[in-house]
Ligand binder design. Structure first.
Ligand code: S3P
Length: 426
């Protein structure tokens, strides 16, 4: 498939974004391990979260889907049963990594596998500490690549410094810690998204966070009804669209603004973006609000260190914003981007260079010198949802038409994105 769009004269209106992907995964996983029934409202029906549901169903959990609601009937943390086939996570890194913590040290065998992108992504970062706890897990290429096989074992204690600031790794170990004999202590390099700690604590788990150190004691959890707020990572495409378009005014409704996720807001504000919050609300322990954003004169900034995990998924779209910012924007300490659904450093630099931007590739980041200049062209998403949507937003401001090959990659996190893009503004 292909999608083509020429720039638009104006972008105005209200935008309703899809439910949060990270929270949708966690809401259904944790309620499946809890005692009791739960209703999850405004669940993201994107391919990634549907993969999580089908994996949990294969493990014997009763789950019903009705419209945008999901009903779970959890029977407790030890209630999963042996699957009859390989558990397919599709394109979802969150599913494979969090489910690994759930499947580690069970008294049955299972295998997690996924698509060609998943098979390239690093898995030893979860396998090594889980095996240290006593799990018996193996994978291809010295335990680095899926398929991941779980061969029983039992979980003891762990005292561990996480080698990367990754919420998926942290969450995987926390989930294993709940079923460990004596609890675990882990230390993050920098704060990453804390949805797992918030939600599990809310469900009664014994989790204590002190700065970068997290202690998890063996716990059972109780089911909770959850309403999922909108996904700030999906909102980011419209935030940047409005900032870089010279005739734009958008209000994005019900956006989750957990401070471990909202690094893009601080960065865009620092760059001079006109952004206002209103209607602050609480969504099952997660803050959310409406965000008003309009055309802004942006200036360059530097993004590095502990700010990176707070906006890790937004770097491709921030790179696009930087093309329309005055000066040199430097993004460093972001090597993790090379291990996402694609190598997002190299692919971002490639398409931007071809389109006329002034970009330099670093091992751990990107330097962009703003020149307000994107000519059109044909670019592939390389099967990466966030690259696909970044190219879609670029088409709103590009001098000539942009054609995106394989645009349907966006379905893992943002079903309906291309219709929305087509229909917005004029
Ligand atoms: C996620 C964490 C991030 C992010 C991913 C979703 C999560 O990955 O890139 O899209 O839901 O925990 P890492 O924690 O591995 O950086």
């Amino acid at each position: 498939m292909e999608f083509s769009l020429s720039s638009k004269k104006s972008l105005r209106g209200d935008i309703l974004i899809p439910p949060d992907k990270s929270l949708s995964h966690r809401a259904v996983m944790f309620n499946s391990l809890a005692e009791g029934d739960a209703k999850i409202s405004n669940f993201l029906m994107g391919e990634d979260c549907l993969s999580t549901i089908s994996v949990l169903k294969e493990l014997g959990v009763k789950i019903k889907v009705s419209g945008s609601d999901v009903f779970t009937y959890g029977k407790g943390i030890n209630s999963l049963s042996q699957p009859t086939k390989v558990l397919d996570v599709g394109n979802s890194g969150t599913t494979i990594r969090l489910m690994s913590g759930i499947l580690a040290g069970r008294d049955f065998e299972s295998t997690l596998d996924g698509d060609s992108s998943i098979r390239k992504r690093p898995m030893n970062r979860i396998i090594e500490p889980l095996n240290k706890m006593g799990a018996k897990i193996s994978a291809n290429n010295n335990n680095e690549n899926a398929p991941i096989k779980f061969n029983g074992g039992s979980l003891d204690t762990l005292n561990y410094d996480l080698p990367v600031a990754s919420a998926q790794l942290k969450s995987s170990l926390i989930l294993a810690g709940l079923r460990s004999k004596n609890g675990i202590i882990i230390r993050e390099k920098a704060t990453s998204r804390d949805h797992t700690e918030r939600l599990l604590s809310n469900m009664g788990a014994d989790i204590i966070t002190k700065g970068l150190e997290i202690s998890v004691n063996p716990s059972n959890i109780e089911s909770r009804d959850i309403t999922v707020p909108g996904d700030i990572s999906s909102a980011s495409f419209w935030l940047v669209a409005a900032c870089i378009h010279d005739n734009a005014e958008l209000t994005i409704r019900n956006v989750g603004i957990n401070e471990t996720r909202s690094g893009i807001i601080s960065v865009l504000k620092r760059m001079g973006a006109h952004i206002e919050f209103s209607n602050k609300k609480d969504y099952s322990g997660e803050p959310a609000c409406d965000i008003y954003v309009k055309s802004s004169k942006l200036k360059a900034t530097e993004i590095s260190g502990s700010e990176i995990p707070l906006l890790i998924d937004e770097i491709p779209i921030i790179a696009l914003a930087s093309v329309y910012a005055e000066g040199e924007t430097k993004i460093i300490d972001a090597e993790e981007l090379r291990y996402k659904e694609s190598d997002r450093i190299s692919l971002t630099v490639n398409w931007m260079k071809k389109a006329g931007a002034v970009v330099e590739e670093l091992r751990d980041g990107i330097i962009i010198t703003g020149n307000n200049n994107l000519s059109g062209g044909t670019f592939s998403s390389h099967g990466d949802h966030r690259l696909a949507m970044t190219l879609g937003i670029a088409s709103l401001v590009s001098k000539k038409k942009i054609t995106v090959k394989n645009p349907e990659a966006s379905n893992v996190s943002y079903p309906g994105f291309w219709d929305y893009l087509n229909d917005l503004g004029d």
